[in-house]
Design a protein around this ligand. Structure first.
Ligand code: ADP
Ligand code: MG
Length: 238
């Protein structure tokens, strides 16, 4: 089953074309990495999938449903950003509970879901702290928990590990990947880090200047790069 279909997605900011006729299918339960250098349009594409940006042209489907005109809150997506953006005045519990409170979920259910997701991310002991009382890695786990708590159909991540130190990055990387598979969630993962994409993704879409150059599984793009740029960017063997 196809989960996300992008058809001819173009996004312009004034005269500047940030995305140029993007076609991409992301399968149900797939981990798709959007990989490309800084400024290539990765975040713009992710926010267009989320519904934060409206494409200048093209359509977006979730399964058979055309969501192009549907606002973010009705797309059931979970978003995780590079710089976490936790609510500083709320304790961890409240931060994670917030999306459910917005939906006016019953108190008992909120309590249960927050406990569940906190357990998955090993942050149960931190629920009573404020964000500033957490390490970077812990804050990022909270951000992931908050994105997962409403059981989104699609998890969208924008360079979620790039502010972590190298060791922690490896740890959270493995955990995120395990969770994604366990929960059977469709994930779109933006990164400029080729090692991260090669290690985590089922498939990688390589983006340059608003265009997708190549889509394939890690072996394919690494060993059979379709362009010199792709070979250079991935460090493929000659
Ligand atoms: P990436 O995430 O790959 O680093 P972005 O998607 O953030 O790239 O940006 C792609 C291009 O679009 C960049 O040249 C950027 O300057 C431009 N851009 C992104 N957002 C806006 C915006 N809101 N207004 C104008 N230009 C933008
Ligand atoms: Mg970006």
């Amino acid at each position: 089953m196809v989960m996300i279909t992008l058809e001819g997605i173009t996004k312009k900011f004034g005269d500047f074309t940030a995305l140029d006729r993007i076609n991409l299918k992301i399968e149900d339960k797939e981990f798709m990495a959007l990989l490309g250098p800084s400024g290539s349009g990765k975040s713009t594409l992710l926010y267009t999938i989320a519904g934060i940006y409206r494409p200048t042209a093209g359509r977006i489907y979730f399964d058979d449903r055309d969501v192009t005109e549907i606002p973010p809150k009705d797309r059931n997506v979970g978003l995780v950003f590079q710089n976490w953006a936790l609510y500083p005045h709320m304790k961890v519990f409240k931060n994670i509970a917030f999306p459910l409170e917005l939906k006016k979920a019953p108190k008992g259910e909120i309590e249960k879901k927050v406990r569940e997701v906190s357990k998955m991310l090993h942050i149960e002991r931190l629920l009573d702290r404020y964000p500033w009382q957490l390490s970077g890695g812990q804050q990022q786990r909270v951000a992931i928990a908050r994105a997962l708590v409403k059981e989104p159909d699609v998890l969208l991540l924008d360079e979620p590990l790039s502010n972590l130190d190298a060791l922690l990055r490896l740890e959270v990387r493995a955990e995120l990947k395990r969770l994604q598979k366990e929960l059977g969630i469709t994930a779109v993962y933006v990164t400029h880090d080729q090692a991260e994409a090669l290690a985590m993704a089922d498939r990688i879409a390589i983006i340059k200047e608003g265009k997708i150059l190549q889509v394939g599984d890690p072996d394919e793009v690494y060993y059979k790069p379709a362009y010199k740029f792709v070979a250079g960017f991935l460090g493929s063997p000659p």
